[in-house]
Design a protein around this ligand. Structure first.
Ligand code: K7E
Ligand code: CUA
Ligand code: CA
Length: 637
């Protein structure tokens, strides 16, 4: 490894950071020691523009982020909710939280995870109450966001979900076979998002059925491609080591993923043993051809074609990079895959235009590297401003570093040039960062968000559990300027920010929406017209209650069932007025669903107690909202 070793003067950086809490910096210094094992080094190339902590005095910046009452934001920001399992929608630049979209979690307000419609979407996995959502990405046409769908991974329960952006609801969830812990996720960018690509992170024996339990050499991970429309797994690629983060090229031909465990290790020590790990490059046309030709295997009974992309395969190439890399980001000019060093102070720039030659064996894997700039301690993720600059988070240094890509390439070729533009302190320990539109070819270099893992002393104290701190930075000028702190609940890993004109939503439901089509079909089979009828239908001990809702009344002020009945209540909101959502909640039965204008929603539960149980509307809808209630009368068995 040709990384220079220099001494880091922490005293100096502490001073210039202007930290309110110096012990914080010292605490971080000790965690930094892990990284320092292999990566003692700081970017020493040239003078840095350092910004102090207090910048809020700049009135002109504050005006830029002020969105007045009733005014609309310029961008939609979609934030992952980490192990909270949801997606959150922000207005940018105001950072007002506009909506939450439950994805892998259960939502008490909307009834996601409780209603029959959402349980159908979650399928088998509706038994899980948790998820771990990291990487939200919005579908593309020709490298630009088309606003149809958002896709996101679930690391906890190995799933991928799709959110329909016209209604901002999760509409498909797929559990990925032959994998454990779906982590990196990206989409096909051109000509259109056909595939959703995702990484299996944990290495497992295949099939993972108990026949193999101990041999690390028989543990693998797979890279999966899903069909974005059906959300079925089209094929998988077996690889050596694990997979961490990934991206896909704007030309549509290549995928790339970091691997921090090329060692196939089970313990921390084993995973750090090799001097170098790798980036796996996937040749998508070659993979499709292999699948087409039947050159694949299957594991267990899931039938998913798995092609062999382990070392030596013609479907993949393994590019050595300094050990234990993390983020993998494609530059918005389509030129580079950038692997972020984590334990190394460098990022590795892989030249996408050299990958054809690499696959044709005209060059060696390391010949595809166009630059390896040294940026500072703990580089995790990189984003772009569309003007040739990249921005990388330094987890250990608690900084965002702005650097110039072409200067980094020239430096790699031996020129004496300074590629670092600025280092900005952030508070504290950033993971991902994302600039506006920087997951598309339209990166506009206006705002950047640093998603910091620790907030420490930045907000009013709220007990031992602290919020994260997502900091907003103005990158429109030469110098990065910190403008806003947003506390976030556990735990955004990543976000995607798009122009508001790129998202078109419906204000009320259409009656033929597929979201509740199965429930409509059930009503038809029962001879019920949902937009008119209020009816109870008994079928053995199964009772279906069809009810209309119109402010401020339920179509039935009571219904009768027998103790032990399985009750399905189907609610249809007949109001046509925007924003007039009703709810259906039954006291003491754990039942609550959202019923928005023109929506049909249903829920099934057991009436296990005799007596009178009130149901009520739980979205405030009318002056007589409190009176919008009725009785479920449960006759003793
Ligand atoms: Cu760095 Cu899951 Cu994208 Cu978190 S990963 S930070
Ligand atoms: Cu209907 Cu409140
Ligand atoms: Ca390793």
């Amino acid at each position: 490894m040709d990384t220079k070793t220099t001494t880091v003067d922490t005293t100096n950086s502490e001073e210039s950071a202007g930290l309110r809490n110096p012990s914080r910096r010292k605490f971080l210094g000790t965690t930094a020691a892990v990284g320092a094992v292999s990566a003692a080094g700081a970017a020493g190339t040239g003078a840095l523009v350092r910004s102090g902590e207090v910048q809020a005095a700049d009135q002109s910046i504050l005006e830029k982020i002020h969105v007045g009452p009733g005014d609309l934001d310029e961008y939609y920001g979609f934030w992952s909710g980490g192990h909270n399992g949801e997606v959150r929608v922000y207005g940018v630049p105001s950072m007002r939280e506009i909506m939450r979209i439950p994805v892998f979690n259960v939502c008490s307000a909307t009834g996601y995870g409780i209603s029959n419609e959402s349980k159908r979407i979650l399928g088998e996995s509706s038994k899980f109450l948790n998820g771990d959502a990291h990487h939200p990405h919005i579908s593309y046409t020709d490298g630009k966001h088309d606003g149809r769908y958002l896709f996101i991974n679930d690391k906890a329960n190995t799933r991928v979900a799709r959110v329909r952006l016209d209604i901002m609801k999760t509409d498909k969830v797929t559990t990925i076979p032959n994998a454990q812990a779906i982590h990196g996720l990206r989409l096909q960018k051109a000509p259109k998002t056909g595939y959703v690509y995702c990484n299996g992170e944990m290495i497992i024996p295949l099939p993972n059925d108990g026949t193999e339990l101990e041999d690390p050499k028989k543990h693998f991970s797979v890279w999966s491609a899903l069909d974005s429309e059906t959300m079925e797994v089209a094929w998988q690629v077996l690889v050596d080591g694990n997979l961490d983060n990934m991206d896909s090229s704007y030309c549509g031909k290549y995928g790339a993923s970091t691997c921090y465990n090329s060692e196939h290790g089970f313990t921390l020590e084993e995973k750090m043993r090799a001097e170098r790990d790798h980036v796996v490059i996937f040749n998508i046309p070659r993979i499709e051809e292999a699948v087409e030709n039947g050159e694949y295997m299957t594991f267990g009974d899931n039938g998913v074609p798995v092609v062999d992309g382990r070392k030596g395969s013609q479907l993949t190439r393994y590019i050595p990079v300094p050990r234990n890399p993390h983020g993998l980001n494609g530059s918005t000019d389509g030129k580079y895959f950038i692997a972020n060093g984590k334990l190394s102070p460098t990022v590795t720039m892989i030249d996408i235009s050299r990958l054809d030659d690499l696959f044709d064996d005209k060059i060696e894997p390391r010949d595809a590297v166009a630059g390896e700039p040294e940026l500072g301690l703990g580089p995790l993720h990189t984003t772009f401003d569309g003007r040739g600059n990249a921005y990388t988070t330094l987890f250990i240094d608690s900084q965002v570093v702005k650097w110039n890509m072409e200067d980094a390439v020239r430096h790699f070729q031996g020129e004496n040039v300074n590629y670092i533009r600025q280092k900005l302190n952030v508070h504290y320990q950033p993971g991902h960062l994302k600039a506006t539109l920087a997951e598309s070819s339209e990166a506009d270099g206006k705002w950047l968000f640093s998603l910091n893992k620790f907030s420490k002393d930045r907000f009013l104290p709220v007990g031992p559990l602290h919020p994260e701190n997502d900091q907003m930075i103005d990158i429109s000028g030469e110098e990065m300027k910190l403008v806003h702190d947003t506390p976030t609940f556990a735990e955004p890993h990543d976000c995607v920010v798009v122009r508001r004109d790129q998202i078109q939503t419906k204000q009320i439901w259409e009656r033929d929406d597929p979201y509740f089509a199965e429930t409509v079909k059930m009503a038809e089979e029962d001879g019920v017209t949902l937009t008119r009828d209020n009816k109870v239908i008994r079928d053995g001990n199964k009772v279906r209650v069809y009810m209309t809702l119109i402010a401020p009344e339920f179509g039935m002020n009571h219904f009768r069932v027998k103790q032990g009945d399985e009750v399905t209540v189907v609610c249809t909101n007949l109001d046509m007025i925007q924003d007039l959502t009703h709810g259906f909640c039954v006291c003491d039965h754990g039942v609550s669903i959202e019923v928005s204008p023109q929506q049909t929603a249903s829920v099934t539960f057991t009436a296990d107690k005799a007596g009178v149980y009130w149901y009520y509307c739980n979205w405030f809808c009318h002056a007589m909202h409190m009176e919008m209630a009725g009785r479920m009368i449960v006759e003793p068995a």
